[in-house]
Ligand binder design. Structure first.
Ligand code: ATP
Ligand code: ZN
Length: 304
């Protein structure tokens, strides 16, 4: 694919997602909730968009930024860790910025952390001076070391980073962590987070110059709608007018409610979109503060 392919005129949008792995199911679910449907090719590498001219390419996550850079794909769903690492690699090689993060998507959360042997007493980044740090993310690590003004060596490994100190390949590691159990099993402890990561929608640094701009816009608006209501519920209840201010204090995560008077003017019926979890405990607190007939309803779709 030619390096100018990104500027080539196309009338369908192509999104790269992970073929199989931690991000593949949630990425598909998000796109399906945004109204996309597909017909899958026999080799399961390409999905032809049926409801909209938006196709999917199923690939390894590490290939996604490069596919956008080469113009093979227009958008991609990938971990911020991968995107920032590869952006750093391009910058280091003097290449221009061609892709960037468009949206964070709220799944695939993990941290790129520095972990040291259990028996170290951690005193801060300066302790890393002259040490060997095993990682799969050398650009992210070197960028961070530069910011800290610390000189250390990045030992680049493609897998099993956490075992490197035990093998004598490195003194400490810089790796993705979600639970910490793997670190503990290797007698390591996390001491510092270098990057908070999650899945992101990656897109070109420059806007599209053809019909893909409208398609991307439509998709973004739908995705924003899905993301906004992901944990949201519609809360309905009745309350005496003079209890409403107190009740709204218990709902700091609610949008301004719709209210209408019933029973003359002393009782109000309210409905509010709440963005946090609506637990039994919260409902009981609301009831104690005067709410009656509390009802929690799922929200399926929203268009702002
Ligand atoms: P591929 O075959 O596509 O290269 P992979 O083995 O590189 O797959 P996964 O392990 O599925 O990829 O991880 C994909 C992304 O999931 C990571 O880049 C990261 O953003 C995110 N992630 C979330 N939690 C973790 C974790 N505990 N360990 C590794 N990655 C995680
Ligand atoms: Zn990968």
């Amino acid at each position: 694919m030619s390096p100018t392919a990104n500027s080539a005129v196309r009338d369908r949008l192509r999104i790269a997602i992970q073929k199989s792995g931690r991000l593949s199911e949630p990425a598909r679910a998000l796109l399906a909730s945004s109204g996309l449907s597909w017909r899958e090719s026999r080799d399961k590498l390409f999905c032809y968009g049926e409801s909209l001219p938006v196709d999917l390419l199923l690939v390894r996550d590490d290939d996604i930024p490069g596919l956008i850079a080469d113009g093979v794909c227009d958008l991609g769903i990938v971990g911020r860790n991968v995107l920032v690492e590869q952006a750093g690699e391009r910058a280091e090689a003097g290449k221009p910025e061609v892709f960037r993060e468009w949206r964070s998507l709220g799944f695939g959360a993990c941290k790129l952390s520095l972990a040291v042997p259990d028996d170290w007493t951690w005193e801060g980044p300066s302790q890393l001076a002259g040490k060997r740090i095993a990682t799969t993310y050398p650009n992210l690590l070197r960028g961070w070391l530069r910011e800290q003004g610390v000189q250390a060596e990045a030992v680049v490994l493609n897998g099993s980073v956490e075992i490197a100190p035990r093998l004598g390949q490195a003194d400490v590691i810089c790796d993705l962590v979600s639970s910490g159990a793997t670190l503990a099993a290797n007698q390591l402890k996390p001491v510092l987070d270098i990057l908070q990561s999650e899945a992101v929608l990656a897109g070109p640094a420059q806007p599209f110059g053809d019909v893909r701009a409208e398609l991307a816009d439509l998709l973004l608006r739908r995705m924003d709608g899905v993301l906004r209501i992901r944990d949201s519920k519609l809360l309905m209840f009745q309350a005496p007018r003079d209890a409403v201010d107190q009740l709204m204090l218990l709902l700091p995560d609610a949008e301004p409610p719709t209210m209408c008077a019933i029973d003359g003017a002393d009782t109000l019926s309210l409905q509010a979109l709440c963005h946090g979890a609506m637990t039994w405990q919260r409902l009981e607190d609301l009831k104690r503060a005067g709410a009656r007939g509390l009802m929690v309803l799922p929200v399926e779709r929203m268009l702002a």
